[in-house]
Design a protein around this ligand. Structure first.
Ligand code: ZN
Length: 65
């Protein structure tokens, strides 16, 4: 079921996370050029949302019980 090689890849990717490379946007899944660690959202999505404020807004998941 699980591929050991794939797991190793993930660990290596994590260790080298702080390098500029192409990543998939967490919001629209579109491959974009990430400048490094922490940049997981493409510029377009950043522009659409207020990520600059440091507040991650989750649509549809308001604080309700
Ligand atoms: Zn995006």
């Amino acid at each position: 079921m699980e591929d050991p090689d794939n797991e190793t890849d993930a660990i290596i990717a994590r260790a080298h996370n702080d390098v500029p490379q192409e990543r998939a946007c967490l919001r629209c899944r579109t491959p974009f050029w990430s400048e490094g660690f922490g940049e997981r959202i493409c510029r377009r999505c950043k522009g659409l949302n207020a990520w600059r404020n440091g507040v991650s807004v989750t649509p549809g998941l308001a604080r309700r019980r």
